[in-house]
Design a protein around this ligand. Structure first.
Ligand SMILES: [Zn+2]
Ligand SMILES: [Zn+2]
Length: 205
C-alpha cells in the first residue's frame, strides 16, 4: 500500500513524498513508511536466493525519495592514552530526524561507515579531523583497518576502548550522550549502503 502522506522511512529515515513509498505495520503494530529502496531490499531478503553480501541498491534515488538525508556525525572526546591530550574520536552516524519506527546508530566499528564519516568530514570543512582517520595495523584485529588516531600525536586510539566508552554514554543518555560534531547532508544511496550493510557496527537505539 502506498503512503498517503509525506514521511520518513522506518528503515533509513530518508524522507519520501506522498505516494513515493509504502505503508506497513511496524513491530509495535503502528503504521510505518518504507521508502522504495528499503522496500525493494525487504522483498529481495524474502527471496530464496538472497545473498546478504550482494545487496543491490538502485543507482539513483527512486522517484519520491529525497536525494539527501541529514545525518548527525557523532564524536567522543577523550584523553589520548599516549600523549594525554584530549582528542576527538569518530563514533558514528544517526539521522537528524529519525523516522517513526527507526532504530540504529551506525558506528565506525564498520569500515564502510568509517569511510563514509571521513568523506562527510572532508566535504563539510573538517579536513584536519578527517586526516586523523587512517588505515592502521590493529594488533587485536590482526589486520589493517581505518581507525581513529590522536589529533596531536597520531597514536592509534583503538576501536574497542573508544567504542566501549561511547556505548556506555549511549546506554546512559542516548545519542545525546555523544557530541554532535556537525549535521551533514549525505547522498541517500551512500547512507542506504550503510543501513543495508550486514557486517556489523550497528546499535539499536
Ligand atoms: Zn528506506
Ligand atoms: Zn596523542
Amino acid at each position: 500500500m502506498e503512503n498517503r502522506f509525506t514521511g520518513g522511512c522506518s528503515s533509513c529515515s530518508v524522507r519520501v513524498t506522498a505516494g513515493g513509498g509504502f505503508l506497513g505495520k511496524g513491530l509495535d503494530g503502528g503504521w510505518e513508511v518504507r521508502c522504495a529502496t528499503c522496500h525493494h531490499v525487504d522483498e529481495r531478503a524474502a527471496a530464496d536466493d538472497f545473498d546478504r553480501e550482494a545487496i543491490e541498491l538502485p543507482t539513483v534515488p527512486p522517484p519520491g525519495s529525497a536525494t539527501t538525508v541529514a545525518l548527525r556525525v557523532l564524536t567522543l572526546s577523550r584523553a589520548c592514552w599516549a600523549c594525554g591530550k584530549d582528542t576527538a574520536g569518530l563514533i558514528g552516524l544517526y539521522p537528524q530526524r529519525p523516522a517513526r519506527g527507526y532504530v540504529g546508530l551506525f558506528t565506525t566499528d564498520n569500515a564502510k561507515t568509517m569511510a563514509l564519516v571521513r568523506r562527510l568530514l572532508r566535504q563539510h570543512g573538517h579536513a584536519a579531523l578527517a586526516a586523523t582517520v587512517k588505515s592502521r595495523y590493529s594488533r587485536t584485529m590482526r589486520e589493517r583497518q581505518l581507525s581513529n588516531g590522536c589529533g596531536h600525536c597520531d597514536a592509534l586510539q583503538g576501536n574497542f576502548p573508544v567504542h566501549d566508552e561511547a556505548m556506555g554514554r549511549v546506554a546512559a543518555s542516548g545519542v545525546d550522550g555523544l557530541d554532535t560534531l556537525l549535521v551533514a547532508g549525505c547522498p541517500v544511496l551512500g547512507w542506504q549502503a550503510i543501513v543495508h550493510d550486514n557486517s556489523g557496527g550497528v546499535v539499536a537505539i
